[in-house]
Design a protein around this ligand. Structure first.
Ligand SMILES: Nc1ncnc2c1ncn2[C@@H]1O[C@H](COP(=O)(O)OP(=O)(O)OP(=O)(O)O)[C@@H](O)[C@H]1O
Ligand SMILES: [Mg+2]
Length: 275
């Protein structure tokens, strides 16, 4: 069976330049769907049955204590970690099925971590154009034009020819987000993208994420920034020991949490002055 047969699109459809989310055949599909996802490391069961449906253009913030499984969930969606049980569907296609081309799937998912992981020996523009040129086969001049436009959009055009070590942490993280965007992903996964930053640099990165949300990017965001989650999320999911214990619009989850564990978690956050 060919890749395309096995995946119903990932492999085949994902090779081209079209964003899967923009594929007319897939309009109306959920962007992401997790069904009964279980993930263990050895005997430790980290995700214990996650069900989650993400609509196109929806912004979901995953909150919860350290170790509750937020990063693991994001890594499973990006197929960096294989799930033990359950399924993950992207635009209706089961990407956890045997025979799926994982790299083809990942091309449609932008993921940004706490550590920026920019290539230190390449300028900002080279960092941004490398993926489109090498992975998507975009001609260099087109990739550079698109890269320059992205840098203008995110207020980084004067950094275009700088090397990462000349940039502040906030600027580096913005470049990392732009680099992910340059691959024209259908969805972005952001994992604690502000936690390595000095407090005064956090807001510029949050501003970039807000702009992405306003532009309709579908996003799954793991964050300890509760104020930000409250402002930006369409829906907040509270993870506790590998299950989503409570979810809903931020107003509801933050002001009137139903579950006692959510209440406890939020009380600690409030007591720490972080909400
Ligand atoms: N590769 C791995 N091998 C073994 N255990 C792991 C691995 N990755 C994560 N874990 C464990 O899984 C649990 C959940 O980790 P995860 O990083 O998903 O939590 P988190 O909610 O993102 O926490 P934080 O808020 O600190 O980022 C932790 O107990 C962690 O030690
Ligand atoms: Mg984490």
């Amino acid at each position: 069976m060919s890749e395309a047969d096995a995946t119903g699109g990932f492999g085949g459809a994902a090779r081209g330049d079209a964003s899967l989310s923009g594929n007319p055949a897939l309009v109306g599909q959920e962007a992401v769907r997790l069904e009964g996802v279980h993930k263990s490391f050895g005997v430790l069961e980290i995700l214990r049955g996650i069900d989650l449906s993400v609509a196109p253009h929806e912004v979901i913030c995953l909150i919860g204590a350290s170790g509750s499984g937020k990063s693991t969930l994001l890594r499973c969606v990006n197929l960096l970690e294989p799930v033990n049980r359950g399924r993950i569907l992207l635009w209706g296609q089961d990407v956890t099925a045997p025979g799926v081309d994982e790299n083809a799937v990942r091309r449609h998912i932008g993921i940004v971590f706490q550590s920026f992981n920019l290539f230190p020996h390449m300028t900002v523009l080279r960092n941004i154009t490398l993926g489109p040129i090498r992975v998507l086969g975009v001609p260099r001049d087109q990739a550079e034009e698109a890269g320059r436009a992205l840098l203008v959009r995110f207020g980084l055009s004067d950094k275009r020819d700088d090397y990462p070590d000349r940039l502040s942490g906030g600027q580096q993280q913005r470049v990392a987000i732009v680099r992910a965007l340059a691959m024209r992903p259908g969805i972005m996964l952001l994992d604690e993208v502000t936690s390595a930053l000095d407090p005064e640099l956090v807001s510029e990165v949050l501003g970039v994420i807000r702009e992405l949300a306003d532009a309709g990017m579908t996003m799954l965001i793991a964050t300890h920034e509760m104020g930000f989650a409250r402002d930006i999320a369409d829906r907040v999911c509270f993870l506790d020991e590998g299950v989503i214990l409570e979810q809903g619009p931020p107003r509801q989850v933050f002001t009137a949490p139903v579950n006692s564990r959510t209440q406890q978690f939020l009380r600690r956050i409030v007591d720490a002055g972080r909400l």
